[in-house]
Design a protein around this ligand. Structure first.
Ligand SMILES: Cc1cc2nc3c(=O)[nH]c(=O)nc-3n(C[C@H](O)[C@H](O)[C@H](O)COP(=O)(O)O)c2cc1C
Length: 267
C-alpha cells in the first residue's frame, strides 16, 4: 500500500511553500502519495498588508483537526518566528486538544522543514521547539539526518538552509532570497526518505517502493547485517539522485577520514 503523506505548511511569503512542493516530489519519487495543506492565516488583513504579504492562495486546502485524524504520516513546514513556531501554526496546534486527550495521534509519524531569514535565525531551534507539541501527542519524529544527504549537509561552499533536523531555506531579511537548488534538493531527499522510512513495516520490509529502480553508486552499507538478517533500520543505498558521498559505517571504510573529515564512529 502506498504511503499517504499530508504535507502541512504555513508560508507567508512562499518560501516554505516551495520547500513543501519539493518534499511532495520526493514522496512521489518513493512511490508515495503526498497531499498539500496550508495553515490558515490568523493575522488581520490590515496587518498582513503592512507586512507586504500576498493574500493566501485558496487553491490549497486548509488543514483542520480532521486532517490530522485522516492521515497517519505528516511533513510540517514551519517559517520561524523568533527562532520558534509561528503563531499561525500554534493556533492550529491549539485546536488539537481533543485529539491529544483521546490519544488519536499517538504513533503517527512526522518530519519537519523550516525557513528563516538568516543563518543562525533558528533553523535548528525552530525544529527543536516543534518537537514538544508533537511529543505530547505521542507522535514519532523522523529526522532527515545525514545518511542520504551527506554531501549537501556537509557542503560549506555556499550559504544553505537545512540541517539533520529537516530541510530548510534562508529567505533573507526582506524575503528576497528564494530557495536554492541545494535547499530544494535536500527537501526532495527528505520527502523521499521520509516516505521510505514510514513505509517500512516492523520487520524492515519497505512498502513505499521507489517508483523506478535506481542504480546504486556504491555498494549498500550493511552495518554487518547479512542478507537474510532482518533489520528495521536497514540503510537504503545512496543513489545518484541522492548525490551523496557514501556513508561511512566503519572506521575501516573511512580510515583516512576522507568522507567526514573526522574520526567516524565504528558501528
Ligand atoms: C514576526 C516575525 C519574526 C521573525 N523571526 C525570525 C527569526 O527569529 N529569525 C529569522 O531568521 N527570521 C525570522 N523571521 C523571518 C521569517 O522566518 C521569514 O519571513 C520566513 O521564514 C519566510 O518564509 P515564508 O516565505 O514561507 O513565509 C521573522 C518574521 C516575522 C514576521
Amino acid at each position: 500500500m502506498a504511503v499517504k503523506v499530508a504535507i502541512i505548511f504555513y508560508s507567508m511569503y512562499g518560501h516554505v511553500r516551495k520547500l513543501a512542493e519539493a518534499e511532495k516530489k520526493g514522496v512521489e519519487a518513493a512511490g508515495g502519495q503526498a497531499d498539500l495543506f496550508q495553515i490558515k492565516e490568523t493575522l488581520p488583513s490590515e496587518v498582513t498588508t503592512k507586512m507586504h504579504a500576498p493574500p493566501q492562495d485558496e487553491s490549497i486546502p486548509f488543514a483542520t483537526p480532521d486532517t490530522m485524524k485522516e492521515y497517519n504520516t505528516f511533513l510540517f513546514g514551519v517559517p520561524t518566528r523568533y527562532g520558534n513556531y509561528s503563531a499561525q501554526w500554534k493556533t492550529f496546534i491549539d485546536q488539537l486538544g481533543q485529539l491529544w486527550m483521546s490519544g488519536a495521534l499517538a504513533g503517527k509519524y512526522f518530519g519537519l522543514f523550516v525557513s528563516t531569514a538568516s543563518q543562525g535565525g533558528g533553523q535548528e531551534s525552530t525544529a527543536i521547539a516543534a518537537l514538544s507539541s508533537w511529543a505530547h501527542q505521542g507522535m514519532i519524529y523522523v529526522p532527515l539526518g545525514y545518511a542520504h544527504a551527506f554531501g549537501i549537509q556537509t557542503d560549506l561552499t555556499e550559504a544553505r538552509g537545512g540541517s539533520p533536523w529537516g530541510a530548510g531555506t534562508y529567505a533573507a531579511g526582506d524575503g528576497s532570497r528564494q530557495p536554492s537548488a541545494k535547499e530544494l534538493e535536500l527537501a526532495e531527499i527528505q520527502g523521499k526518505q521520509f516516505a521510505i522510512t514510514v513505509g517500512k513495516t516492523a520487520d524492515g520490509t519497505t512498502t513505499a517502493a521507489p517508483a523506478k529502480k535506481e542504480e546504486p553508486i556504491n555498494p549498500a552499507p550493511t552495518n554487518g547485517a547479512t542478507s537474510d538478517e532482518k533489520t528495521t533500520a536497514a540503510p537504503t543505498p545512496a543513489t545518484k539522485t541522492d548525490q551523496t558521498a557514501p556513508t561511512p559505517t566503519t572506521e575501516k571504510d573511512d580510515k583516512d577520514g576522507k568522507f567526514c573529515g573526522m574520526k567516524c564512529v565504528v558501528l
